[in-house]
Design a binder for this molecule. Structure first.
Ligand code: IVH
Length: 703
């Protein structure tokens, strides 16, 4: 843990140092050899530590920019103090993704890395160097997206796919063929006839190089499901892609729709078939029916290259896949051979890394929220700042460890970063602007709501309020229960729930069903009409759809997907509450089954369920009464003109269809109403049919 703290903080310091240099244009003062040696030892340790997390565990703790800054600083010091370079430096290595659980395979030709550029002048320097070396000024480049996934080598022998291997250490990698075969776009055989119908010869052996990645729509879908199941969302699609490709069971790989793009080659035998240029390569890849690169540009001068790179950066937010830069490659293959390669990268290509959207703002306060299961989550309250097209005023700080690692203090000026769809994160502190009187943040020892002493489960980073009667937990549970995803009680928003809990009108969930008109009138924003409406809506919720009711109960480890499985299996609230571990295990994993059985055994929970039933709560399990929509999966988004979401869902289920929370390639229809957002975008991106209420009613035979 110690090394973690040191490296993370030093990483930020170093980022800060770098940005301070960029801002002032100042040159760093030369370090004394002794200080340089110490710094190099520290940096090497950090780079090795983060390499391990990134390549082997697919779980990086710092941003790519912070990591690159560490490597750059080390490489600058190595150039200044060559005598201090001991053995192989991590700046020479490509990293290593081998994790010891796969068969190893030696690449026929090494998989190299790419040299990186971070500024316009570095990019222009790349062109100038090549012009000098080749003694010509008519060089042509391709500019491609730099996909943010993991590199693979896919080998075809006489047109047949024989294996897929990760980069590994560049010399040998993990053989992941069965997992790669779950990728829909990866053909088993090269097409021997081109799109023009002409013969399209295949080489004896070809190692194609490319990237396996997770498209944004799929990343979002997976995270929606995880959050529904009460699991923490993944931070970045690259980690999910890498982690997924290294799963031991291909049946677990298949549901996560990984994608592949091919952008280069290793061995190509016989070599007479080699393409003459990168452009010819891209055309050949497509002619074989392989997933080639759809969009790349061509640049005929440093100006054109720079313009194309900037254009990519501009287009980046709209791309369907994660991209962290642009790769500029010399087009002509014959010229590539002339310029050659260094130990770890070709001289004919460079990766221009985009800077993530980043802003500096003040950390005004750290508030600690109590979730419905008692987990305490610190939230950074920021001075509003515009970032990646949105105004950011809050960011999650995840947990106590995260604050301690970053040493984020109230009053600090912090760096906030946002890349693509990723939730904004605080990545560092501008230590130069820190007030002398500032003190490290003290994570509360007591629940900010009920003052109970907090507990920390061994091996978990979460800190919890253990008091099940804590009013903050209660508010959150009621909010969740009444929400659209739960039993959908219209007009029962957070402010009203606060008032009801504060006035002790709600002390536990069943009290909701004891509320009368007179209790409500006079509460903030509640008049006679809205009180009537609210009472009616609460009454209606007694017969909510069973799976939503179950989901609304905030049961341990139960998200919306598990709630549906439980509703199908147990068919009533009473049936669910009296089941045992083995019955739960028929539809849940062992840990969730045991947790649920223990939960329903608690006397407090038994009383709650008995009270709900006594109050007339009787959620309804929907069953198909027709097969009109059998095999069809729907996703609902926005507000329909004449039905609530629950009503529409019940109709779909009654017609034999299924409703899921997120759009995937398996979705048959997206039923869209007023104010549809991300799900509609996902549907368009995946080519899923989008219908409105009228067309849907026709489908279910009601129009
Ligand atoms: S060419 C010899 N082209 O970036 C160099 N690489 O940081 C072969 N990458 O290892 C790589 N998109 O994993 C190339 N269009 C692209 C790329 C790309 C992503 C990755 C690849 C490489 C890494 C270097």
């Amino acid at each position: 843990m110690k090394i973690f703290t040191v490296s993370r903080v030093a990483g930020f310091m170093c980022l800060w140092l770098l940005s301070a240099l960029v801002a002032t244009g100042a040159e760093p003062g030369p370090l004394q050899p002794e200080a340089a040696r110490e710094r190099m030892v520290l940096l090497r340790g950090q780079v090795a530590y983060h390499d391990e997390l990134y390549y082997k565990k697919s779980a990086p703790e710092i941003t790519d920019a912070a990591y690159d800054a560490l490597k750059r600083e080390l490489s600058v010091l190595e150039q200044q103090f060559p005598a201090l370079v001991a053995g192989i430096s991590p700046t020479d290595s490509l990293g290593d993704d081998r994790n010891g659980t796969f068969q190893l395979y030696r690449h026929r030709e090494r998989m190299q890395s790419l040299a990186k550029s971070y500024t316009e002048s570095e990019l222009r320097g790349f062109n100038a160097r090549l012009e000098r070396q080749l003694q010509r000024n008519d060089l042509v480049y391709t500019i491609e997206p730099k996909f943010d996934g993991l590199a693979v080598s896919v080998t075809y022998e006489r047109g047949k796919l024989v294996r897929a291997v990760t980069r590994g250490n560049g010399i040998e990698g993990d053989e992941v063929t069965v997992n790669a075969l779950t990728i829909a776009d990866l053909p088993r055989e090269l097409s021997a006839k081109g799109p023009d119908g002409l013969a399209n010869p295949v080489p004896d052996v070809i190692e194609l190089r490319g990237e396996i990645y997770l498209p944004w729509a799929e990343f979002k879908r997976i995270n929606v499901e995880r959050e529904a199941a009460g699991e923490a969302p993944f931070a970045h699609p690259r980690n999910v892609a890498a982690g997924t490709l290294k799963l031991s069971d291909p049946r677990e790989v298949a549901p996560r729709k990984l994608a592949l793009v091919l952008y280069g080659w290793g061995a190509w035998l016989p070599s007479a078939g080699l393409p003459v240029s990168q452009r010819a390569f891209h055309a050949q890849v497509r002619a074989w029916g392989l997933p080639g690169l759809a969009g790349y540009s061509v640049g005929r001068s440093a100006d054109e290259v720079w313009a194309a790179v900037q254009e990519f950066d501009r287009l980046r937010p709209g791309l369907a896949f994660p991209v962290d830069g642009a790769v500029v490659k010399l087009d002509a293959v014959a010229l590539r051979a002339e310029v050659g390669a260094t130990e770890h990268a070709p001289r004919w290509a460079t990766a221009y890394k985009f800077a993530p959207d980043r802003a500096e703002t003040q950390l005004l306060a750290i508030t600690v929220q109590v979730g419905r299961s008692g987990v305490l989550t610190p939230v950074a309250e920021l001075s509003p700042v515009s970032l990646g097209g949105a105004v950011i005023s809050r960011a999650t700080l995840h947990n106590a460890d995260e604050i301690a690692r970053g040493d984020f203090r109230v009053g600090d000026f912090v760096y906030v970063e946002k890349a693509g769809e990723i939730i904004p994160a605080i990545v560092g502190v501008n230590v130069a602007r820190r007030a002398a009187a500032s003190r490290p943040f003290q994570f509360p020892n007591a629940c900010p709501s009920c003052q109970a002493a907090v507990v920390r489960v061994a091996g978990e980073s979460a800190v919890r309020c253990p008091n099940s009667e804590c009013s903050a937990q209660l508010r959150r549970r009621v909010q969740h229960f009444a929400s659209e995803a739960g039993v959908e009680i219209e007009g029962l928003g957070p402010a009203l729930i606060d008032a009801l809990v504060t006035k002790a009108l709600i002390r536990e969930l069943p009290d909701l069903y004891r509320l009368r008109r007179a209790d409500l009138i006079g509460l903030p924003g509640v008049g006679a009409t809205s009180a009537d409406r609210l009472v009616a809506s609460i009454e209606r919720s007694k017969r909510a759809e069973l799976s939503r009711f179950i989901y609304g109960l905030s049961l341990p480890q139960i998200g919306s997907v598990s709630a549906q499985a439980l509703a199908r299996r147990f068919r009533s609230l009473g049936g669910l509450a009296s089941a045992d571990t083995s019955e739960f295990a028929e539809v849940l994993g062992p840990s969730a089954a045991a947790a649920l059985a223990a939960y329903f055994q608690s006397s407090r929970v038994r009383v709650t369920i008995a009270e709900l039933l006594a109050l007339g709560v009787a959620p309804v399990a929907s069953f198909a009464t027709s097969t009109l929509l059998a095999g069809k999966t729907f996703v609902l988004t926005g507000t329909l003109p004449s039905f609530t979401r629950a009503q529409a869902e019940a109709k779909i289920v009654a017609a034999g269809g299924k409703v899921t929370g997120s759009v995937s390639r398996n979705t048959s229809y997206v039923l869209a109403g007023e104010g549809s957002g991300a799900k509609l975008d996902a549907a368009r991106a995946l080519g899923v049919a989008v219908i409105e209420e009228a067309a849907w009613l026709t489908l279910i035979g009601e129009n």
